[in-house]
Design a protein around this ligand. Structure first.
Ligand SMILES: Cc1cc2nc3c(=O)[nH]c(=O)nc-3n(C[C@H](O)[C@H](O)[C@H](O)COP(=O)(O)OP(=O)(O)OC[C@H]3O[C@@H](n4cnc5c(N)ncnc54)[C@H](O)[C@@H]3O)c2cc1C
Length: 304
């Protein structure tokens, strides 16, 4: 609780409860364990830390939600957690504006030091159909939505007599060959193939799982040889890999990739684009490709 009438301690405010924000908070808690003159606040949308690298396992029903969320209040003992939406960052006046609770209660918080760890958001690049029809894979809600959609499509396909309709229900395209896309396509592929025996009217031959990637090899972060190895493993397990291509458009039952015929498909998982959090762009500090430029200590040099 921030009491405006009390003389305030030196205050560190951390924005974001993902990897960046939570690990900064854990480190500061240890560093300042015996220092009483400093208070630390962490502001985040949710009161839990989400282990995003295992998000696809929720989508594929491999794990329960509680396995990948960790309550922030359990993780952090000295840091005070403020659940709310960061609305504005005012670097000049060292103040952030947040909105909290169902009634959108506005609150201004002054700080002495600010940690900005708000992550990125999904970018659909204005590709027609994507914002309405594609499923992103970034939040817990996305993973739950994908699982529900896949199960719904299996159910519908099981009694669908029209082969074209059935094909689009049973085709799953994942766009993006980075960690999120590759892990998601692998988990999704296992999930639907394992589920198939429970649907008497469906067979393996009806199923298509496709990974579309804009580069020549998937997982560019890991280097060419690991990327090629992963491609082979995925292909062995039945995933079609489309390289050097991009999603151009999506309709309710088709995905249009560059240079090839449209794929009959009603589930497109979009992991192919992110942009920095929109709260970053109005900040008057130096940026590199829309991201805040920092020095080797992750400090913003012109706003110490
Ligand atoms: C499916 C998937 C698999 C992945 N697999 C891997 C992997 O295997 N290896 C790897 O290295 N990386 C992986 N990643 C990437 C990794 O998850 C990200 O790099 C990492 O989460 C980035 O951490 P962050 O703290 O910068 O941002 P985030 O984790 O996105 O955290 C941002 C935080 O800020 C909060 N926030 C944002 N805006 C506001 C606001 N306005 N008000 C309040 N709170 C706000 C969010 O709720 C969130 O808590 C994967 C990502 C996904 C989605």
């Amino acid at each position: 609780m921030i009491d405006p009438d009390k003389p305030r301690k030196k205050r560190i405010v951390i924005l974001g409860g993902g990897f960046g924000g939570v690990y900064a908070a854990i480190h500061l808690e240890k560093l300042l364990a015996r220092v009483d003159a400093v208070e630390i606040f962490l502001v985040s949308h949710d009161n839990f830390f989400l282990f995003t690298p295992m998000l696809h396992e929720i989508a594929a029903s491999d794990l329960e939600i509680t396995n990948i969320v960790n309550p922030l209040r359990k993780l952090l003992r000295k840091v005070e957690v403020l659940v709310g939406e960061v609305k504005e960052i005012d670097l000049s006046n060292k103040r952030v504006l947040i909105s909290r609770g169902y009634r959108n209660h506005s609150q201004e918080i002054d700080y002495d030091h600010l940690v900005i760890a708000l992550g990125s958001i999904t970018n659909f690049y204005d590709i027609p159909g994507l914002a309405d029809l594609a499923v992103p894979m970034k939040s817990l809600r996305d993973a739950i939505q994908l699982r529900a959609q896949v199960l719904r499509h299996l159910e519908e396909a099981n009694f669908e007599c029209n082969p074209a309709e059935r094909q689009s229900l049973l085709t799953f395209v994942v766009a993006g060959g980075g960690f999120a896309g590759v892990e998601t396509v692998a988990a999704l592929n296992d999930f639907v193939r394992d589920a198939l025996p429970f649907y008497p009217n469906l067979s393996e031959g009806m199923l298509r799982v496709v990974l579309a990637h804009s580069g020549p090899v998937i997982l560019p972060e890991l280097g060419e040889s690991l990327g090629r190895h992963t491609q082979k493993v995925l292909e062995r397990r039945g995933v079609e890999i489309r390289l050097n291509t991009r999603v151009k458009r999506m309709t309710e039952n088709k995905v249009f990739l560059a240079y090839t015929a449209p794929i009959p498909c009603s589930t497109l998982v979009w992991t192919a684009g992110t942009v920095p959090n929109p709260l970053i762009s109005p900040l008057p500090c130096a940026k590199q490709r829309g991201r805040i430029a920092v020095n080797q200590f992750l400090q913003v040099s012109d706003w110490p």
